[in-house]
Design a protein around this ligand. Structure first.
Ligand code: DSN
Length: 411
């Protein structure tokens, strides 16, 4: 046996980093030990191209059971008729959905990346904006989706597909209204709920069903499962197209260990305890937003309805990048983010996105959010003061020690 000391050290080092820092990247979370056990299991050894009972290789009868379980739990969780649990990521899920609905060159309309959308929603640097003819919609001067404006754009560009869903939008998304717009222009509606899925399944955000023709998500953000993607629909014909769009069109062998881990994650999501967690994520984010507003900071849309908020430094001398670097030194991990009508480059940005899903998974609540908001404020008001940043680091370290990660896990 070869013991890989180098990788072992890297894992230990990363474990320490995750433990000692406050993770506020809105798309990250701490999954359950049982999910990690499945991802580290012998299921990784099995090739199973195809779908349950329709595989191209022998010996798939047992992994079939894992995939069926994941599919059934996924359908129950999202209250839909068909689920494909094979996409390796949210991006693959979106590509699969596009391939199921569109031909190259077809017109898609999605949310602009700098307004809070996602690369795969038609950005010109992504395949979604290269293979398809993409147009975008943004947010209004208050940072909200303006459905009348979206309808106007849709009537102009006549998309075959409208994509709704976001990576940095802190407000409720009106899927019903999106469907009305889609129907008016004869388009399909795809809802990418990668960010909010964990809130949707707790009934804390309206569901995209029955409005969207196809729903995609990741499983590792607010859902807190393994890293991966899923695609769902209520339409039998679309379900068949989605399946062939994922395999054999886009992917090869499914990751059976990840599919099993998705099933484990869904079991957690289906448990009564899930609502308590998801509710705390939102409560924590509201407190964080309120405290930052009290400290005089500007937030895009003026607050939040979900698990994230977007600080707006458009009128500040410092950038999103400056804020990210200073907070990192103070033990808070977050990401710089473009804001609507961004004037700085995507490498600098005028915003900072903060999320509460991971801290809530550690058990932090409103009181801790207040301390964190004050610490963020202190750091951002004293970006170049090493003494103050050192003090802030002591505060975040103490908080981390009070809410240790994976207490019983030997790493
Ligand atoms: N990288 C994810 C996020 O941070 O929102 C989206 O893919």
């Amino acid at each position: 046996m070869i013991f890989d000391t180098e990788i072992n050290e890297i894992i230990k080092e990363e474990f320490k980093r995750q433990n000692e820092n406050l993770e506020m990247i809105a798309s990250e979370n701490f999954t359950f030990p049982e999910v990690m056990m499945a991802t580290g299991s012998i299921l990784t050894n099995k090739y199973a191209e195809g779908y349950p009972s329709k595989r191209y290789y022998g010996g798939c009868e047992i992994v079939d059971k894992a995939e069926v379980l994941a599919i059934e739990r996924c359908k129950k969780l999202f209250n839909c008729n068909y689920a494909n649990v094979q996409p390796h990521s949210g991006s693959q899920a979106n590509q699969g959905a596009y391939a199921a609905l569109l031909n190259p060159g077809d017109i898609i309309l999605g949310m602009d990346l700098s307004a809070g959308g996602h690369l795969t929603h038609g950005s010109k640097v992504n395949a979604s904006g290269k293979v398809y003819t993409s147009y975008s919609y943004g947010v209004d001067e208050n940072g909200y989706l303006n459905y009348d404006e979206i309808e106007k754009i849709a009537l102009e560009v006549k998309p075959k597909l409208i994509v709704c869903g976001a990576s940095a939008y802190a407000r409720i998304i009106d899927f019903e209204r999106f469907r009305k717009i889609a129907d008016k222009v004869g388009a399909f509606l795809l809802a990418d709920i990668a960010h909010i899925a964990g809130l949707v399944v707790a009934n804390l955000h309206p569901s995209p069903f029955p409005h969207a023709h196809i729903v995609t998500s990741t499983t590792h953000k607010t859902l807190r499962g393994p890293r991966g993607g899923i695609i769902m629909t209520n339409d039998e014909e679309l379900a068949k197209k989605i399946n062939s769009a994922i395999f054999p069109n886009l992917q090869g062998g499914p990751l059976m260990h990840i599919i099993a881990a998705k099933a484990v994650g869904f079991k957690y999501n289906l448990d009564e305890s899930w609502k308590t967690y998801a509710n705390q994520v939102i409560k924590n984010c509201k407190v964080l937003a309120d405290e930052l507003l009290k400290e005089g900071f500007k937030l895009v849309s003026g607050g939040t309805d979900n698990h994230l908020l977007l600080m707006d430094f458009s009128n500040c001398e410092f950038s999103g990048k400056d804020a990210q670097i200073a907070l990192e030194k103070a033990g808070i991990t977050a990401n710089k983010n473009s804001v609507p009508n961004e004037k700085r480059s995507p490498f600098i940005t005028s915003g900072l996105r903060l999320g509460t899903a991971a801290l809530s998974a550690r058990g932090m609540k409103e009181e801790e959010m207040k301390v964190i908001a004050q610490t963020i404020s202190l750091v951002l008001k004293n970006l170049n003061n090493d003494e103050i940043i050192k003090k802030a680091k002591e505060t975040t370290l103490k908080l981390s020690e009070n809410f240790p990660l994976y207490k019983d896990l030997k790493c």
